[in-house]
Design a binder for this molecule. Sequence first.
Ligand code: ZN
Length: 123
Amino acid sequence: MAQRLVRTLCPDCKQTAAVDKPGWRELTHPFKAPVPDCCNVPVGCLKCRNTGYRGRAGLYEIMLLSHGLSEKVDAGCDIDAIRRQAIVEGMRTLRISGAHKVAAGMTTIEEIMRVTPAGGRFN
Ligand SMILES: [Zn+2]
């Protein structure tokens, strides 16, 4: 299981904005996630000391050890193959976990990109 903490938007000053579509595509690549109608962006106020962010939330990537995965583990330690198999079997990557939080207006694309590795890579 992998975990990252992202900063969440300040509830007092965040504003609704149009979604940055190229950013969303990069965030959700190689998956085809529908672009949300809108998202929230940081503004800044006294309560968040003008950062636009207040509080943190966890992103999780959980890999269940399925039959297909355990075969790969037995065969050696090709970590990329294990990860690909896990994604095939529906593992939600950290970025997809983050994309759900962006769609829910809790945080931003930039913040998820800052703390998570690119979709295809393992680190
Ligand atoms: Zn604020």
